[in-house]
Design a protein around this ligand. Sequence first.
Ligand SMILES: *Cc1c(COP(=O)(O)O)cnc(C)c1O
Length: 444
Amino acid sequence: MNVNIKTLIEEFPILKKLMNYEEILWINDKKQPTHVILEQTAITEDMVTDAEQRLDRFAPCLEEIFPETRLTNGIIESPIKPTPRLGEYLDTHWNTNIKNTLYLKCDNDLPISGSIKARGGIYEVLKYAEDVALKNNKLKRTDNYKILATPEFRKLFGKYSIAVGSTGNLGLSIGIIGAALGFQTTVHMSQDARQWKKDMLREKGVTVIEYENDYSVAVAKGRKQAEGEPNTHFVDDENSIDLFLGYAVVARRIKKQLLEANIVVDDNHPLFVYLPCGVGGGPGGVAYGLKQVYGDLVHCFFAEPTHAPCMILGMVTNLHNQISVQDIGIDNKTAADGLAVGRASSFVGKTLKPLLSGSYTLSDERIYRYLANVYDLEGIQLEPSALAGLDGPRRILTTYEGQNYLKREGLDHIPAEHFTHLVWATGGKMVPKDIFKEYYKLGK
Ligand SMILES: *Cc1c(COP(=O)(O)O)cnc(C)c1O
């Protein structure tokens, strides 16, 4: 699309700051009351319930194939951890009071692939496997899905292919589960993808195709190649509703986790959630699920690198996937490889625009510093992308825009200790030790 940048900047002055790689907090003044939006949207609670039940059906199969999931009975879920030492440290730097209200959602610890992609990505492959098995009359929904881990099904799935385009982690998730079930799996990797991820996939028998271009190109090439191929399923990170639903399921589990931890969410105890955003499917699905569960009591913010703010750009201008960060001269080069996306999903942008509280950008330098802080203070190993959410509380509590948001929402008189800040730590467990050490050194 031929966008006139000058006119856009006049209409949306915040773009000027984005173009200068400034760290910004954008508050979404188009956010609507949650129930009004959820009543009219195409993605219903029943659809999320269906996804939740499918994951339950597959639990015995996952326990069979991935023994590490036995601890959670075949359910791929991560803990919510209080991080008081980290909170205290941040309090001294920011002059805030979050030490008792700061939590990490530890998707870095998710079984099978150690990132948020173990939610949507694995869910979509399981759904495809179920479809194939049902279509071939080899499975009934009432069967014990353990049978899907047997050689008979491996042979069946071997006649089918799965393809995906990725900056790394989605490819890793799809590759691991796809290969484990027996599918012929191809991953189209963008230039940002780390070498160890490609090596790991090839070891598992996955075909890895590398591109000298960014994420959008890898996805487009993958999609094109899969088109017209018989018995091939393309996992479309930019448009897939199944991916989105796989991510959304977590919200119901969070409700249980918070209840068990005696963390209250009500009119006097708002829940703030900070989600690192790449193309948008992961954070979008999670935020959407949370809005279904908590309505106006939850406030969701996305976090993006200053060098790859595609979702803010798409939402602010309402152009969604019709504009890329490169169109306004931003280079899409960031150490946060999981967030190195220049063009956002229009499906996610449009779906989330009336629900999202806002979005902010942060520098790679800050990301690296947080990476070292989290390791030093809490002993948790995160990858760069997974730190983006950690700047959220500071933005809301100490900036002019953040204060205005609290006023607008009628939250400015609520005591600090009544807020819950949930920072989504989106990945890290799979990062090899020596590579983590390099990240850590940079952070120091
Ligand atoms: C993919 C990813 C994200 C962002 O998810 P999107 O669906 O691309 O928006 C965040 N953190 C990590 C570690 C990721 O791998």
